[in-house]
Design a protein around this ligand. Structure first.
Ligand code: HSE
Length: 298
């Protein structure tokens, strides 16, 4: 018995929701084949597309899978083949795609013993291996789909958020690698009350805008007063790319996860395409290599 799954790329934070908000992309992601086997444990037999460790304990899919296996009454094991399209360190949830994909596929093969919330908890162990922090803002949307809010970590409480039909994401990835652990180290651990007020106002506004499908409200709320000013210095041409996205009609633009990818949200696929071209022009002018994608949110 085996299953092939699509493991979506995800945009975490979405400007104002550091560590609590994320969304899943419909057309960017990895694939993974998971097979049941009689011998207990997890064996990663193939990884294509990226140079990543095959050892179960060093691979996020292996670690997330072991968390599931340990919690389950299934006595056998699994074999995994991973086909990576998402580059590690690109900011669109490479480790989350592998962690979430593995536990999702395994759960299908053992007759859905676990809930989505439990799958998020297992997948978070993969995130912990990748970045030292078991953040859920990439794995939750990868498992639940669409936008998700991590309302609380202890206890874990995931709230699926409505995704307006006309919302499209543009993601541009300048070809540099930023490790999540490194881009977390530069963050301050305290924030001022003044900044907190702005940030939770925007987060509430964004969630309300998503549920009421109010694109203007979504647009007004896509601001980050806390993380972006610190992290954007690591991303070449960030201010110019952001300005170009807004001038091309994007609702908002910010750092995807811990970067260096930059995302923009737009109303309608056509606008998202124009935004992609305009953002690309900035990197073409600087002479920096990049990948760019336009995707629906799924
Ligand atoms: N919320 C995490 C961070 C996401 O920004 O560090 C990492 O993908």
């Amino acid at each position: 018995k085996e299953i092939k799954v699509f493991c979506p790329a995800t945009i975490a934070n979405v400007s104002c929701g550091f560590d609590v908000l994320g969304l899943a992309l419909e057309s960017v992601g990895d694939e993974m084949l998971v097979r049941k086997k009689e011998t207990p444990g997890i064996k990663i037999t193939k990884i294509e597309g990226q140079d990543l460790p095959l050892e179960t304990n060093k691979n996020v899919a292996g670690v997330a899978g072991l968390a599931l296996l340990n919690a389950s009454n299934y006595k056998g094991g699994f074999e995994i083949e991973i086909f990576k399209n998402i580059k590690p360190g690109s900011g669109i949830g490479s480790s989350a795609a592998s962690s979430a994909g593995a536990v999702w596929a395994m759960n299908e093969l053992i007759d859905k013993q676990f809930s989505k919330l439990e799958l998020v908890q297992f997948a978070m162990q993969g995130e912990k291996l990748a970045s030292n922090v078991a953040h859920a803002d990439n794995v939750a949307p990868a498992i639940f789909g669409g936008f998700t809010l991590v309302r609380s970590y202890e206890p874990l409480d995931i709230v699926p958020v409505n995704t307006p039909n006309q919302l499209y994401a543009t993601v541009i990835h300048p070809q540099i690698e930023i490790k999540t652990s490194d881009s977390r180290k530069i963050l301050k651990t305290n924030i001022s009350l003044e900044k907190g007020i702005k940030q939770w106002g925007n987060l509430g506004g964004l969630i309300a805008g998503l549920f009421t499908e109010d694109y203007e409200l979504i647009s007004r709320s896509l601001e980050d007063h806390i993380i972006e000013p610190v992290r954007s210095i690591l991303i070449p041409g960030f201010d110019a790319v952001k300005a170009s996205a807004i001038s091309a009609g994007a609702l908002g633009c910010g750092i995807s996860g811990s970067g260096p990818s930059i995302f923009a949200l737009s109303k309608g696929q056509e606008t998202a395409q124009i935004v992609a071209q305009t953002m690309s022009k900035v990197y073409e002018e600087i002479g920096l290599d990049f990948d760019v994608h336009v995707s629906k949110i799924c």
